[in-house]
Ligand binder design. Structure first.
Ligand code: GLN
Length: 510
């Protein structure tokens, strides 16, 4: 079967293209899986993976091939992916990037994992392993992983962004066509931007959080990272949907097929009619996203992308999100507060590492937690415990919740004037590994453009928009109103039909 085709090119194919080849039986899922597993081994220096298991992956591929042989033709069947290591998996260890969970095996799969996977009822994707991330998804550079930093495939001395840095680096380097990630304050959008790929964080509640190691429960949301909007749409269609028995915050909205409209748009091509595919779309540009805080090279790429949207028929309008600056202090009160509560289960008894030597019970808790948690997780537990404590709760936590509400209201005011909001994802291109490691506040400030939409629970996307300083990729952020994932994906897809930024590949990915 494979002798007629050049397997060396398989890794350049996206999800939709690989699925088509599998459906045409030009290649088997086992062959595809072997090809990508070999690439993962060759690119070990990226640090993107925390676990692989060829036996497990090939058995899953065999199951997918059996379904293909029976004539099943579902859109993701037999296509490989890997999961950020905060999704619990029965067949692979789950560490959440922390020593606290070293060697942990979950007795069940996260809902997102089972919806995508080969087990009964799943979309039939093959899991290649677990992807590196910042410890408990806390970070912006993937330098908070307890295991190893992840390297950006565009420049190995730079970060890939975080916290889903392993997911982003692996997709950019063509170690797999797509991956899952989670986004609490930007962790899908920012690494996608910094590695030149596409990622979407859906509306809060669109994907079930069941089986995602919790960081900040009122913010955490799962989403896909892939190279194109179409591939993200294919994955999101399978991941999303209510999970009422397991996540009470999952939205009670029917599953949506995000891909069909996009495929129809591709069929119309980039001819004269499709060139105005975004006719009537009003794109709001928040003045606060285009100020002095953003590096000029990033702004130039973003403005270039917006000019392309205008050519496609969209109009640009100025809007204001006056509380943007406050999103940093508000997020860094609320997220640590929730984290301090969520991480209390890692006490060496219910979950997690237990110290080998200790005195009494209190000493066991102290030593186990001190040994198991890294610096950033410890810092957030301390901040969170402080802002929730009696006497400070009103001054910090309650105040932050009130401003969070005002930030959400500002978005609704802006959406009265526009359909989609656009701006940069990150104020700079990817920085050098180690550059911000000793300065937590420098990391927090880099989240300025992603935090406000997370606090509001809105869907947001990162779309490759060109290159900035040092030849590093720049992402354009698109933020939609609640439940408007289809509109974001549609706009991004039109842009990708007209541009090829999302097809550029790093030299190290050859
Ligand atoms: N960089 C942010 C943080 O450190 C966001 C992380 C995330 O979205 N998981 O909290």
């Amino acid at each position: 079967m494979s002798s007629a085709m050049n397997n060396l090119d398989l890794h350049d194919l996206g999800v939709a293209q690989l699925a088509a080849k599998l459906a045409a039986r030009e290649v088997s899922s086992v062959e595809v899986t072997q090809h990508f597993l070999a690439r993962i081994r060759q690119h070990d220096h990226l640090g993107a993976f925390l676990a692989t298991d060829a036996t497990v992956s090939l058995a899953q591929a065999g199951a997918a091939d059996a379904r293909l042989a029976l004539g099943e033709r579902t859109p993701l069947l037999g296509v490989p992916l890997a999961h950020k290591d905060v999704f619990v998996t029965r067949d692979f260890p789950t560490t959440a990037g922390s020593k606290m969970l070293e060697n942990y095996r979950s007795p069940f799969d996260a809902t997102v994992v089972s919806r995508l996977g080969v087990a009964a009822g799943g979309a039939g994707m093959v899991t290649l392993g677990k992807l590196n991330c910042d410890e408990f998804a806390m970070g912006s550079g993937n330098d908070n992983s307890a295991y190893q930093p992840v390297h950006n495939p565009w420049d190995l001395s730079r970060v890939p962004g975080g916290s889903s840095g392993g997911s982003a680096a692996a997709v950019a380097a063509r170690l797999l066509p797509a991956a899952t990630g989670t986004d609490t304050g930007g962790s899908i959008r920012q690494p996608a931007a910094l590695t030149g790929i596409t990622g979407i964080k859906p509306t809060y509640g669109r994907c079930s959080r069941y089986g995602m190691v919790a960081f900040a429960s009122s913010l955490d949301q799962a989403g896909p990272l892939a190279r194109s909007a179409l591939d993200c749409a294919l994955l999101l269609s399978a991941m999303a949907g209510p999970d009422p028995d397991r996540d009470s915050t999952s939205l009670d909205l029917p599953a949506v097929d995000y891909a069909t409209d996009l495929i129809a748009a591709s069929a119309r091509g980039t001819g004269a009619t499709a060139l105005k595919g975004l006719q009537g779309l009003r794109i709001g540009l928040p003045t606060q996203f285009f100020g002095a805080g953003c590096a000029p090279d990033v702004l130039a790429a973003v403005r270039g992308a917006l000019a392309e949207f205008e050519k496609l028929g969209a109009t640009l309008v100025d809007v204001s999100l006056p509380l943007t600056e406050l999103s940093i202090p508000v997020y860094y009160v609320i997220a640590p507060a929730e984290a301090s509560s969520n991480l209390s289960r890692f006490d060496g008894v219910r979950y997690g590492h237990r110290a080998a030597h200790y005195g009494d019970l209190t000493d066991m808790y102290k030593k186990s937690r001190s040994e198991g948690f890294g610096l950033e997780a410890t810092r957030r537990i301390m901040i969170g415990t402080y802002v929730l404590s009696h006497g400070y709760y009103d001054a910090y936590y309650l105040k932050a919740q009130k401003i969070r509400r005002l930030i959400a209201q500002d978005f609704q005011t802006a959406f009265a004037q526009c359909d989609v909001i656009a701006g940069p994802v990150s104020p700079t291109v990817a920085w050098k590994i180690g550059e911000k490691s000793d300065d937590p506040v420098a990391n927090y400030l880099a989240d300025i453009y992603t935090l406000s939409s997370s606090l509001a629970g809105l869907p947001g996307m990162s779309v490759p928009a060109g290159f900035g300083a040092h030849g590093m990729p720049v992402g354009l952020q698109l933020i939609g109103n609640y439940f408007k994932e289809a509109q974001l994906l549609g706009a991004a897809h039109q842009f990708q039909l007209a541009t090829d930024w999302h097809q550029r590949k790093p030299g190290s990915a050859t």
